[in-house]
Design a protein around this ligand. Sequence first.
Ligand SMILES: C[S@@+](CC[C@H](N)C(=O)[O-])C[C@H]1O[C@@H](n2cnc3c(N)ncnc32)[C@H](O)[C@@H]1O
Length: 282
Amino acid sequence: MRARLTNIIFPRWYSFDGLRWKGHADGELAGQVTRADVYDRFLGRLDEVNDICAFLGTMLGAARAPDAGAPRVLDAGCGTGRLLPTLVGRGWRVDGLEPDADYRRAALAREPTVNIRHQHIEDLDVTAGFELIALVNGPLGYLTDPTRRGAALARIHEALSPDGCVVIDLPDFTWIRAHYTPPIRQVARFGEVVVTRAPRHGFDQPGVWLHTDVIERTGPGVAETWEEVVPLAIIDAGALTHELASAGFREIRRWARWTSTSPMETTFAPAVGPRLIVTARR
Ligand SMILES: C[S@@+](CC[C@H](N)C(=O)[O-])C[C@H]1O[C@@H](n2cnc3c(N)ncnc32)[C@H](O)[C@@H]1O
C-alpha cells in the first residue's frame, strides 16, 4: 500500500518572515519533486524572461557612460533563478539574493557562476554599489510591515551607486480585485509523480493578501500534502511612490508593462493590469 506522508510525519512549521510552509522539507524524499520544481512548473514563467531582462537593460543604459565596463546588478529575491542565465548572458556582473534555502539551491543549480547571497533584502550590505537592483515578481510584497519595508527601501537606496536604479514589480491588487476570478486548481506531471496545486485567497489582517497553496504530490511510494501560506502586502502605486520618496529615491516612474518604451504619465494613473512596475533612481 502506498504510504501517506503528511504533516503528521513531518509536523514542523518552517518559517522565514511572512512565508510559512508546513509538513515537508526538501531532501527528505530524495529524488522526488521538490518545492522549487513545483514553483517552476506552476509559477516560473519563462516566456517573459527576455522582456524583463531587456527592460532592466534599458534602465541600466539610461544612466551609464558607454565605457563604464560591465554593470553590477543584483537580482534580489531571485527565487529559483529564472532570470539569472539571461542576466549573465548579457555580460553583466550579476549577484543573486534569496532567503529561501530550497529556491536558492535551485537557482545555484541553474546558474552556478553567480554568487547568491542567502539573506533577506533588508539585510543587504549597504556598501555594495550596485547599478541596478531588481525585485521582480513580488519580493518587496513579502514585507507586509510598512516600517520594515521602509527600512528595506532605505538599504536598497544605500546599496545603489549614485544614479543607480531600483526596479520593483508587485502584484497590483487594485486591478486584481477589480477583475477578480477565483484561482483554479492545477495539475502537473513530473515523470511518475503527479502534483496538484490548489490556491486560495483570503485576508487575515488589514493591508495583507493571504495567498495559500495546498500542494499534493503523489507517485510510486509517495503521497504527501503540504501547504504554503504567503502573506503579501497590498501596496498601491501611491503608497509605493510615497515609500520610495521617503527612502530618498527620485525619478519615480510607473510602467504599464515590461515592453513599455515610455513610463505612464503619472504613478497615480489607474491600473492597467495585474502588475505594478515601478522604477526609481538613487
Ligand atoms: C514570487 S518569487 C519571485 C522570484 C523571482 N524574482 C522571479 O521573478 O522568478 C518571490 C521571491 O521573493 C523571495 N523573498 C521573500 N521575502 C524576501 C525578502 N525579505 N527579501 C528578498 N527576497 C524575499 C521569496 O523567497 C521568493 O523567492
